[in-house]
Design a binder for this molecule. Structure first.
Ligand SMILES: [Zn+2]
Length: 96
């Protein structure tokens, strides 16, 4: 499969979105370890539901191959699409 600068750029953008979702979710989940008063328990539940939404939705929608749109699963450090084989990183000397 040949190198395509647009696929590499789109993959990088998607990985940034995924990383941002992970950071936001980690922050929200860390709030759940604070000693919350009983009357704020429902707020905590809302925060945790929000954490799930902001993580799961981007992962399912965004975390796909820019070319064949196959879900990439746990291939966060993939260098190529496991389905169609398109490279996600620029070959040496052709960095963007
Ligand atoms: Zn693919």
């Amino acid at each position: 499969m040949t190198f395509d600068p647009e696929v590499v750029a789109r993959f990088r953008a998607r990985r940034r979105i995924l990383n941002a979702a992970i950071v936001v979710t980690t922050g929200l989940l860390s709030l759940s370890f604070l000693p919350w008063p009983e009357e704020h328990a429902s707020l905590l539940g809302t925060l945790l539901m929000g954490a799930i939404v902001v993580t799961v939705v981007p992962v399912l929608v965004v975390w796909r191959c820019p070319r064949c749109h196959k879900y990439l699963g746990g291939a966060a450090s993939a260098r190529a699409c496991p389905a169609c084989g398109v490279p996600f990183v620029a070959p040496p000397g052709r960095d963007l």
